[in-house]
Structures are given as C-alpha cells and as structure tokens.
Design a protein around this ligand. Structure first.
Ligand code: GDP
Length: 469
C-alpha cells in the first residue's frame, strides 16, 4: 500500500532525482520508479523534503486529537520576561508535584483546572525563537508579548511583533509591572494599536492581559487567555505513529552524555527507538518528563528530555524515528552532507513554515523584506513602492520596518526568515554588522533613489523566479 517515488515527488513538489538521492542516503535501493516504497521509507523521504507527515497519515485514517499549545515569551529587555516565566513556572505541574522543580528542562507545563494544559518554552527572548525558525522548526503556537506598563512599547517589542507576524504566530499581550505606580496599561494598549495590533477590546482578536510578575497577579487570567487562544486555533495532532519532534535545548552531561529537551509535534516517541536528530542520531535510552521522572513515551506538546544521542544536537533540530540503527546512521551521514550543501540555499530561500504543496498561492515565491529608512515617511514610501513589485508569481512580504540604521537585530531577523534588508537613505552598516550579514548570507540592499532600489530588487526577483520579468 506504499506510495511510489513518482507519487511522492508529485506530492512534495520535488523532482524524482532529488528524492532518489534521499533514498540513496537512507540506504534504500530503488529498482523501479513504479515500485511502491514502504510506509517508513516514504515517510522518511517525505520528512526530508518537508511535507506534512500528518497528511500521509491522515490517509490511513490516523486519529487526530486536540493537543496543548506551546507558548514562547518575548518582549523588550527588562520588561519582565524572565520574571513572568518564573512566576508561571511556580504554577506549573513540576512545581506542584512533591519535590518541586527538579531540574531545568527548558520547558514546563501548566495544568488548568479544566484539565487542559499549556506548554511554555522556558527560554525567553528572540534569539531562541529565531534560532528555531531559522531551522524551520515551527514549535511555537502562541507568543506572549511582554510589555512593561511603565515603559511602554520599545524597539524590541516591535521586533517581537515582527518575529511573530513573520512566523504567522498569534500574540497574546501581557502588560506587565501593573503593580508599579507609574504603570499606564491604557497607554500601552494605544501604542500597540497604533503599531497595527488589532486588540480585542478594539474589535480585533489580540487579547491583552494586565499582570504583575512580581506580585503574581493576573497570571491565571493570562493562562485562561492562552487557553482561549489555543481553543480558537483548534490545535490538533496525530497521536499514533512515529513521532515528529523538535529539540528546544541540548546540553552535554558528564555522566549521561548528550541530553536534548524536545517537544513532540506529532505521533508518539517511545523509549528504545532509533532516531535521527538534525544530523545526529542515536537510540533513545531514557525519556524523562518535566518532573524528571522516567517515562516510556511522549505525546504531542509534551516536553521531555531524551538521553542516548551520539552527538549534541542544536535547538530547532527535528527528531524523526527510523526503524534501525543502520538507517539512523545512514540518514545522519546523508544529512550531514546535505545540510552543508543546502545551508546557503535554505537561508536564501527563507524558512517558510510547512506550505501546502498543492496550494496555488504557496507556489508564489515569497520575498521577505526588512525595510529600514531615515524617517517614518520614507519607510512608508519604500514599503509601498516594494509592494508594487507583487505579481501572481511573487509576493513581496515586508516583515519588519523601522527608522534608523541597519542593526544587528535586523540581521538576526532577516536570517530567521530569509529576508532581504532594504536600507533607504540610511548610513552604511558598520563593518561588524556587514560581516554578520555576510556570514548569515543575508543580503543588504542600500539605495537613496527609489527607482534604483526597485531596479535592484526587481532583478533579484528575476534571479529568484526566472520568467517573471
Ligand atoms: P527580562 O529582561 O524581560 O527577562 O526582565 P526581568 O524578568 O529580568 O525583569 C527586569 C526587572 O524588572 C527586574 O528587576 C524585575 O524584578 C522587574 N520586574 C519584572 N516584573 C515585574 C513586575 O511585575 N513588577 C515590578 N515592579 N517589577 C518587575
């Protein structure tokens, strides 16, 4: 009942030779393109080319069940991300169990009175989110945007909004430090609204919750808001079948070797299975849950720590299950080779999240852009001008705009979403920023005349999408 390589190629929108190369990498001989592949192999190949495994499984009538949301906390420095995570962690399952919090796992679960739960990634900030996205790991379902009520919207607040928007992840706003005398939550809301966030109380769908991480007020309301957001998103995952998971953190333990904290996206990860993790591999020797208890298996949105990998993976690496040690090793070797070859290509194409290959619109080539200009008016003019380049083949997606010179964080965001940076009427970036951009294969385009800018972007589009001129 397996698929042939021809069918698989059609589904994945990939050429047959590309798939054949992957098959060779996993040590599979293909006698004929018409021979059906085993489900395992087909799935392995499918995962390698980034098509949704659930789709393959749903054909077999696999059960798809609701799963908890995975939440990341972002916001401006000192606005209270760490404090908020600390406060939320104290309401977590681990904190409530006897013995309290055993170890830092990189994620924790908050159980709700209704029986539902929320999984929080325990690393605040944009770097973690970017690192994951740069590797194509769509782990986060919801972003909690922390804004200090006394300080208001700041540059990194806007950056976080851009990150979330670029990743298509909804935001729930936590207006923090509401205990402070200088707190002015209403001002924060107006600022956010003027930045284009459609707040619920103004008729939009972005929820805003007033909290104090220090006084621990509003935390239950925030958790309820997250649950509501999750319900609206109708998050579901396949429970049965091979796991697909992501690494959120990894470290080397002197006694136990490489340890990876992971979150299962779909399926069930079972102790003893052979896995390929990014370009590493191993056999899962032990699985621990958030309280450090040994467990046999892990289901979607459950944070776990796995032991038994041969090397140290990186945050954002995917974990897939294969059926033998030999296959795990081969796939890992193949990936090491392939990763190196594809590294640059991938970055320049951008880490877009699971596109439906059959979807007409998704064939439109996306050109993510970050626009930096000297004044607000120019930012708008440049953005509008870039949008005139849109066509049925090309979608110019301005993921972030700002006034001022090109910064290090612009480069990071660009790297994370494969964007070009457009500088208009701004001074040239410093050599360290230029170097960082080169290293990350981020292209910076600088001009002082709109016509010249459009000309250069136009030719970039033609390079990327031949036949669109
Ligand atoms: P991060 O940089 O966003 O992780 O911010 P931190 O969590 O480190 O907090 C920065 C500072 O703000 C620390 O001194 C915290 O004690 C303080 N802080 C955080 N949350 C609150 C709050 O709800 N109320 C008050 N008054 N101070 C807070």
């Amino acid at each position: 009942e397996g698929m042939t390589i021809i069918e698989l190629a059609k589904r994945a929108g990939e050429s047959i030779p590309v798939l054949q190369e992957i098959l060779v990498n996993v040590g599979e001989k293909v006698e004929s393109e018409f021979d059906p592949l085993s489900i395992d192999i087909a799935e392995l190949v499918a995962m390698e080319v980034g098509i949704n495994v659930r789709r393959l499984h749903s054909n077999e009538g696999a059960e798809v069940l609701p799963r908890p949301a995975v939440v990341t906390v972002m916001g401006h420095v000192d606005h209270g991300k760490t404090s908020l995570l600390d406060a939320l962690r104290q309401t977590s399952v681990a904190a409530k169990e006897a013995g309290g919090i055993t170890q830092h796992l990189g994620a924790f679960i908050v159980g709700m009175p209704s029986g539902a739960s929320i999984t929080f990634l325990d690393t605040p900030g944009h770097a973690a989110f970017s690192a994951m996205r740069a590797r194509g790991a769509a782990v986060t379902d919801i972003v909690v945007l922390v804004v200090a009520a006394d300080d208001g919207v700041m540059p990194q607040t806007l950056e976080a909004v851009s990150h979330a928007k670029a990743a298509n992840v909804p935001i729930v706003v936590a207006v923090n430090k509401c205990d402070k005398p200088a707190a002015d939550p209403e001002r924060v809301k107006l600022q956010l609204a003027s930045e284009g966030l459609l707040l619920e109380e103004m008729g939009g769908d972005v929820q805003v919750v007033e909290v104090s991480a220090v006084k621990k007020t509003g935390l239950d309301i925030l958790e309820e808001a997250l649950l509501l957001q999750a319900e609206m998103m109708d998050l579901k995952a396949r429970i049965d079948g091979p796991a697909q998971a992501y690494v959120v953190e990894a470290r080397l333990d002197r006694g136990r070797g490489p340890l990876a904290t992971a979150i299962v996206k779909a399926g069930t990860l079972v102790c003893g299975q052979h896995v390929v993790v990014g370009s590493e591999w191993g056999r899962i020797r032990a699985v621990r849950d958030v309280v450090g208890k040994l467990t046999e298996k892990a289901t979607p949105a459950m944070p776990i720590e796995i032991e038994g990998l041969k090397g140290l993976p990186m945050a954002g690496d995917d974990i897939i299950v294969v059926d033998s040690e030999e296959r795990a090793r081969m796939l890992s070797e193949g990936r090491k080779k392939k990763f190196e070859k594809n590294r640059l290509r991938k970055i320049s194409e951008g880490a877009t999240d699971s596109l439906e290959p059959s979807d007409e619109l998704s064939r439109r080539i996306e050109m993510p852009m970050i626009v930096k200009a000297d004044v607000q008016g120019t930012v708008q003019a440049v953005t509008d001008a870039l949008k005139t380049l849109n066509s049925p083949q090309v979608f110019v997606n301005v993921v972030h705009v700002g006034v001022g010179p090109i910064s290090q964080s612009d480069v990071e965001l660009a790297k994370a979403c494969g964007a070009y940076i457009v500088g208009f009427n701004v001074k040239s970036p410093s050599s360290s920023i230029s170097m960082a951009a080169t290293q990350a294969s981020v292209k910076i385009v600088q001009h002082r005349v709109i016509y010249h800018l459009l000309e250069e972007i136009g030719s970039l589009i033609v390079d990327k999408a031949p036949g669109t001129s």
